[in-house]
Design a protein around this ligand. Sequence first.
Ligand code: GDP
Ligand code: MG
Length: 192
Amino acid sequence: MGSSSMQSSSSSSSSAGYDFSFKILLIGESGVGKSSLLISFISNSVEDLSPTIGVDFKIKQLTVGGRRLKLTIWDTAGQERFRTVTSSYYRGAHGIVLVYDVTRRETFTNLSEVWAKEVNMYSTNQDCIKILVGNKVDKDIDRAVSKEEGIALAEEHGCLFLECSAKTQKNVHQCFEELALKILDVPSLLEE
Ligand code: GDP
Ligand code: MG
C-alpha cells in the first residue's frame, strides 16, 4: 500500500503467492445460475446444485498467461431480486461477469435494460472488462436465446462472450480465465 511501484497495491509480494489480485463481480437476474457458476468454478464440482442465496465472495488462485492471480469473486447474495445491487458492490471491480439463462429470454433482455445501466453507473474502473455469459446450455432443448443473439449483444456492449453450463462445467473455467487474461491486457487495471 502507498507504494508507487508498477505493481498493483493489491498484488503484494511474491511471498503472498500471486502477482495480481483482481476483484470480479457476478451480475444478472435471480435464478440465472450466478452462485452455481461460482461454486462450479471454485470447487470443480457439479454436485449439489441447489438454489442458493449466495455467499459474499469466494477466492480462487490460478495461473493465467503465466501470471499467478488471486481472484476475489463477489456474488450478489440474493440482492438482485430487488433489481439493484448496492453501489459499493461495484467499487474497484476489475472484471464483471454478466450472466443470463439461455432458457429464459427475460434474463437476457434485462441485462441490457437493467444491469448494463447499473454497471455503467457504478463501476469505478472505467476500463473494467466485462464478459457476457449465457448459462444453462445443458438445457439446449429449452433454449430461448440463440448464440448469435448473445454474440450480438456482447458486441453492442463491448463485452467478451461465452455460453456455459454450471451444471456440466462446460466453459466455466474459460469464463473466468478469458476475463482474467483480458484484464491483464489493460495497464490501468494493473495499477492502483
Ligand atoms: P442465482 O440466483 O443466479 O445465484 O442462481 P443459482 O445459482 O441459485 O441457480 C438457480 C437454479 O438454476 C438452481 O436450481 C440451480 O441448480 C440451477 N442451475 C444453475 N446453473 C445451471 C446450469 O448450468 N444448468 C442447469 N440445468 N441448471 C442450473
Ligand atoms: Mg445466487
